[in-house]
Write a protein that binds this ligand. Structure first.
Ligand code: PEP
Length: 250
């Protein structure tokens, strides 16, 4: 089964309108690598301006609320993202699971709301350092998938991002063998939970300190279909080589 490589930038809480030229440069360079799907998820405030600055580009949110509308001050509904032209949303990032107490059930509800609104979803999972050190990483991540994967979904519209929490923004990365073992276990779990056809179609991204130097090795690991990139997605100079690494492998 050939799955297209998918490289997604998560700008987190970074970026003013002055950063839109970086997004334009990223999407322009991505056109040179048509075998790779490239997307950027800037802060909510930049989604509309980024779509206007790079028409046709895949731009998305970093979170959405599970409700369609209502008294949820500060939150954004999935349909609001669709309404302004967003195509995807990240749910369950560890910075939201940890910082905003989001449970697996919350993440599942967000993913279902996003899919219902017509968005593609990147559903994040990943273990803390102590769980990795105790040898329980695979069980921990598979339990997160059991609790947060929607019951029914279009497998072309839902990707999993495996992001070990201890690797995010730290410069630390798991070994390629550990990444391949985790991604293989995730794919088996997806096949078990959603059916073997879905398990083969769904893309599984690796995230955590991906950069120009390690991208080819990480993207080349077994069952790795792309990357979710934080810090190195903020500039074209750092992000485009990761896209190019995906193209080389794809
Ligand atoms: C992320 O936050 O999704 C991420 C992977 O960050 P970084 O690439 O900076 O580790």
């Amino acid at each position: 089964m050939t799955r297209r490589k998918y490289v997604v930038g998560n700008w987190k809480m970074n970026g003013l309108t002055s950063a839109l030229n970086e997004a334009q440069a990223i999407f322009a360079a991505a056109k040179e690598h048509p075998s790779v799907d490239v997307a950027l998820c800037p802060p909510f405030t930049l989604i509309g301006p980024m779509i206007a600055a790079a028409p046709g580009a895949a731009v998305g949110g970093q979170d959405c609320h599970s409700a369609a509308s209502g008294a949820y001050t500060g939150s954004v509904a999935a349909s609001m993202l669709t309404d302004i032209g967003a195509r995807l949303v990240i749910v369950g990032h560890s910075e939201r699971r940890e910082g905003f107490d989001e449970s697996d059930a919350d993440v599942k509800a967000k993913a279902e709301a996003a899919l219902a609104a017509g968005l593609s979803v990147i559903l994040c999972v990943g273990e803390p350092r102590e769980v990795r050190e105790s040898g329980g990483a695979i069980d921990y991540v598979l339990a997160q998938i059991a609790g947060s994967l929607p019951d029914e979904f279009d497998s072309t519209k839902l990707a999993i991002a495996y992001e070990p929490i201890w690797a995010i923004g730290t410069g630390l990365v798991p070994t390629v063998e550990d990444v391949a073992a985790m991604h293989g276990a995730i794919r088996a779990k997806l096949s078990d939970q959603a059916g073997s056809a879905a398990g083969q179609v769904m893309r599984i991204l690796y995230g955590g300190s991906v950069n120009a130097e390690n991208a080819e090795e990480l993207l080349g690991a077994g069952d790795v279909d792309g990357a979710l990139v934080g810090g190195a997605s903020l500039t074209a100079a750092k992000f485009v080589p990761i896209v190019a690494a995906g193209a080389k492998l794809g």
